[in-house]
Design a protein. Sequence first.
Length: 397
Amino acid sequence: MTGNLTIRIEKSFCAISPESWSRLSGTSKASSREVPYNPFLSHAFLSALEESGSATAKTGWLGHHLLLENDQGALIGAVPGYLKSHSQGEYVFDHGWADAFERAGGRYYPKLQCSVPFTPATGPRLLVSSGYDKGATELTLAAGLQEVTRQLGVSSAHVTFVAEDQLAAFEEADYLHRTDKQFHFINDGYANHDAFLETLASRKRKALKKERRTAVEHGITIDWLTGSDLNETIWDRFFEFYMDTGSRKWGRPYLTRKFYSLIGERMPEDILLVMAKRDGKYIAGAINFIGGDTLFGRHWGCVEDHPFLHFEVCYHQAIDFALAKGLKRVEAGAQGEHKLARGYLPVTTHSMHYIAHPGLRRAVADYLERERQDMEYMNEYLSEHTPFRKGERQQED
């Protein structure tokens, strides 16, 4: 490092003061500035992951948070990071890289993972405190992360779901660029869901209206729960959904029951539960997080199967909420081409990777060049098959 700035690694996120963290861009509503508030970067969310036992050394997520401090010890920049012994819970898949490197005699794990655990949501990864030069500090953090990787002697550092305006800092530091896709709903100022539907082709519009009617047949009603609605009884029920569906989908769900209690206590106004009820009992639900301009859909679960209920609870209701609250977009999580027919557009997501071993770096760079071309082609293809009428919005990059 140069000047009077130093970088240190903090292994426990809970050891970082909430007051210092809140001054970093995007991590709190009060300090959002030009960077919209991202609830996943809040001290409440990240500390809950650690305190609940969800993201700890025991689960393969050993905290290695990079902190940039001045000579008075004040926090001026940070990168949330973890030393990982596996590649689970990341949503950007590098198992092939690990297998190839280890078959060639290398040691891929542990690796540095700079992300929000279990959360495929785009956001700032180079966090800068208000009052400091954003561009210069981001470059210092990107270069510092490389130096930490070398000093630890680990194979690589992976910075996933990077905000687009931070790509330049990583590119200048010679990271490798990886792209993928998600599907986001973009609010073009629609007055309500019906106004949005009017922008769709007639056949698609009729299909979605029928889908929504079918989803709530059999006496199903939908509740939006947030703030003081989020009591322990509600969390017990939602956790039942999460465990049932997560066990079938992933084998072992990542989040503990305590995690939900902690976020319900610390950030209830940032949470929206969309809950489906039948015969006076909740049967399904989806958890969303409310950002400065975005609703982030995360995961859902159910204990009863009903046609199209998943689409209603996770996608249609999220659009309804975003329009009601004037949010600019809905990010509905990873993957899922089925979202396209429901008005969610293909959007490019970005990850940046520092590979220490020259041979592995060359192999990965070659792979990523071909993968980016394939991803660009796929996004172009999907953009031509949106449900919108000709002339309406077709793509959001």
